[in-house]
Every structure is written in structure tokens, then in C-alpha cells.
Design a protein around this ligand. Structure first.
Ligand code: KG4
Ligand code: ZN
Length: 334
């Protein structure tokens, strides 16, 4: 079962070929981050134009690395949403054309499902668990019964966790996207030096809010800070985000009687999140699953893996299926 998958929902132009659930034949990514960094964020029109320019090369590279002919493929998949409309259209249209040309099924994959399943990459069964998807665009908490059976428990009311990292990084002059840089600086910082708000920590639900924290950091910075304070500011901000993410994910596991918690998306690579979640998991007897290296930030392999589950479940999608730029829980959840 060889699947070619294409991902172009934001600023990564990616293609992958997966055989079955676990045999990686190709995993190619062209990150446009360097192109968008001069604008301080992703410019949709620029992303779209670059997908158009680079996707043919990335797909051809994936195909030749995999050593398969298009006619040997069992399916061609693409992310059809959520994401930037003009960016999604490029990858989805290319995948539809390739599927038609190869005479194989087309599979429309939800980007969030790609992230959500990535911690189980290689496995044919998805166990019941609580899934935290933390990326630049989303902060979502799900109760997962099995593949295709997702119940959305909570989501951010405003900024996504990664967005908060990127905005704080920008205020600190650390470039875009700055999440990883905040993480790096925080390693030598004191997380309890500055007392910052833990948004919605005691809200009694599984929703999140990070804009109050971002504003608190801004007001604090406006009073003036020195270069030497940077590690402590990063560590204190990061701890405030992580405290809420970990608390809500593990409370959800307790409330739903789940023994596994998974974390995926770009922010799941955060050092502080990983160590806080690991400590909490050990204390509460929960098994923690993280998206593996290379599958945390946007990539096509997680889309191919989700597509492999769809193919195994007998799903096929018509090429007339449209893109869905907005996140629609109803389209994904039970
Ligand atoms: O999953 P992803 O590629 O984005 C979306 O699908 O939206 O994740 C990118 C996000 C960015 O906001 C980036 O700053 C953040 O993940 N990120 C991090 C780290 N590495 C990437 N945030 C905190 N700590 C990190 N180590
Ligand atoms: Zn993503």
C-alpha cells in the first residue's frame, strides 16, 4: 500500500511516500520559513506562489527517492484543511491531478488529524487516549476512542500556544518563528523569577487562553528589560504556557479514565513541556506519547500516515471534494 502525500497548508512544501503504516520511502520538506521571516509572519500569497514553484520539485524528489512510479501508487493524499486557502489549493489540486493521472484513489486528509495521529506513527491501531495538539495555528484537546473517533474536549479561546510563543519571541526581537529560540534561551533561565498569569487554569473546563499571558508579557516588557533578563523572561513565559497545557491534558485523562496522553504539533518539541509532562506522567502512571522527531512541525509523512488509516478503513474521496480552510470540529469529530 504505497501512498504519496502532499502537505501545503501553511509555509512548508512537503511530499512523502509511505508503504503500509511504517515503511518510509520518502519524506521531503522545503520550509519557506526563511522567505517569510523577513515579513515577521506567513504571507498567504507568498506561501501560495512558493508552493506553486517548489511543489513539482519536491514531489519529483519524493518519487525518485522512493523509487516508485506514479502508476504503482495505491493512493495520492493531500491536506485539504484547515490552513491557508491559497496554499491548500496548490497541494490539493496537484494531488487530485496526480491521482487521476495514476488511476488511483484520492484521499483528503485533515491537517489536525495528521498531527493528532503522528505520535502513533508506524502503528496499525490507534489506542484510546487523550490527544493534545499544540501548533502554531491550533491548541486542541481531544478524547480519542480510536482512529476516526475523536471528541473535541477543549480549544484555545484566542491565540494558539505556538502563536503566543511566536508573538513573545517577536516582542523580544528573536525572529520568526521564534518558539524554538524562546525554548533555547529559557534553558538557562529561572522560570519562577517573573510571576505571569496562567490563563483559564481554574476555568473548570478544557479550554485554553493565551492572549492574557501575551499581554502581560508585553506590559512587563514596556517597563524596560535588559539583554541579561532574556533567559528568565523566556523561562517564566514558557512555564506559564506549559503549566496550563500539562494541567488540562492530565485532568482530561483523569476525567475520561484514559491511561495514555499524546502530544503533537510544533510546540510538543518544547523542552519544558516535555520534561513537565514526563514528570507528571510518571507521578500519575500515565503513558506519554510524543510525535517523533521530524513529525512535529508540518510535514507530509504525518498526512501519509493518516491517509494509510483512511485507506485501510476503505475510505475514498471524490476529486470534487473542496478545501476547508477553517477548522471545523464537526468535520473531524464523532
Ligand atoms: O505544527 P507547526 O508546524 O504549526 C502549525 O501547524 O500551525 O508548529 C509550528 C509552531 C510555531 O509556532 C513554532 O514557534 C512552534 O511550533 N515551535 C515551538 C518549538 N518548536 C516549534 N514552540 C515552543 N518550543 C519549541 N521548541
Ligand atoms: Zn500543523
Amino acid at each position: 500500500m504505497s501512498i504519496l502525500a502532499i502537505e501545503t497548508s501553511c509555509d512548508e512544501t512537503a511530499a512523502a511516500v509511505l508503504d503500509g503504516f511504517d515503511r518510509v520511502l520518502a519524506h521531503e520538506i522545503f520550509s519557506q520559513a526563511g522567505i517569510h521571516s523577513e515579513f515577521g509572519g506567513v504571507v498567504p500569497e507568498v506561501a501560495s506562489r512558493n508552493h506553486l514553484e517548489f511543489l513539482p520539485r519536491i514531489v519529483d524528489l519524493a518519487r525518485s527517492t522512493a523509487g516508485v512510479d506514479f502508476t504503482e501508487l495505491d493512493a495520492v493524499a493531500a491536506t485539504t484543511g484547515p490552513g491557508l486557502a491559497a496554499a491548500l489549493l496548490v497541494g490539493a489540486s496537484a494531488a487530485k491531478g496526480l491521482a487521476l493521472g495514476a488511476g488511483c484513489p484520492f484521499l483528503a486528509v485533515n491537517h489536525i488529524e495528521g498531527h493528532l495521529l503522528s505520535p502513533f506513527f508506524g502503528e496499525a491501531e490507534i489506542p484510546p487516549h487523550i490527544a493534545l495538539v499544540v501548533s502554531g495555528g491550533h491548541t486542541l484537546l481531544f478524547d480519542v476512542q480510536a482512529f476516526g473517533r475523536y471528541e473535541l474536549l477543549g480549544r484555545t479561546r484566542d491565540d494558539a500556544a505556538g502563536e503566543a510563543f511566536d508573538k513573545v519571541a517577536k516582542m523580544l526581537g528573536l525572529g520568526y518563528p521564534g518558539g524554538a529560540e524562546v525554548d533555547r534561551l529559557a534553558r538557562s533561565g529561572n522560570p519562577s523569577r517573573f510571576d505571569l498569569p496562567r490563563g483559564m487554569m481554574e476555568s473548570g473546563d478544557f479550554h485554553f487562553s493565551f492572549s492574557g499571558l501575551k499581554t502581560a508579557v508585553r506590559i512587563f516588557l514596556e517597563k524596560g528589560f535588559s539583554e541579561a533578563d532574556l533567559p528568565d523572561i523566556c523561562a517564566s513565559f514558557q512555564m506559564a504556557v506549559v503549566d496550563v497545557l500539562v494541567a488540562k491534558a492530565f485532568r482530561a485523562a483523569k476525567a475520561r479514565g484514559r491511561s495514555i496522553v499524546s502530544m503533537s504539533g510544533g510546540v510538543s518539541g518544547n523542552t519544558c513541556l516535555r520534561s513537565a509532562a514526563t514528570a507528571r506522567a510518571e507521578k500519575s502512571g500515565i503513558t506519554l506519547r510524543f510525535a517523533p522527531d521530524g513529525l512535529r512541525t508540518d510535514n507530509a509523512l504525518m498526512i501519509a500516515y493518516a491517509a494509510a488509516h483512511h485507506l485501510a478503513a476503505g475510505h475514498r474521496h471524490p476529486v470534487s471534494v473542496d478545501i476547508t480552510p477553517n477548522f471545523d470540529p464537526a468535520a473531524l469529530c464523532i
